[in-house]
Unconditional design. Sequence first.
Length: 82
Amino acid sequence: MPTKSLPELQDTPAWRERPLLPMRTAAELAGISRCSLYKLSAQGRLKLKRLAGRVLVETESFARLVESAEEWAPARSRRSAR
């Protein structure tokens, strides 16, 4: 079964209507690894559920996490440019 590309996933509002997301889908939507999703869960920033032997991401928790992403800014280095 072919998987959807990232633009197709983002353009589909249906993911927000689902109560749970597969780890792979959540990772693709956020642009991070599944390992990072587990780390975020361990930090209490993301809720995971187990259903029928699968680990799934709680959609409401995932949406809050994505919306809380900080704006990126370049790090200020004490060292001068070479």
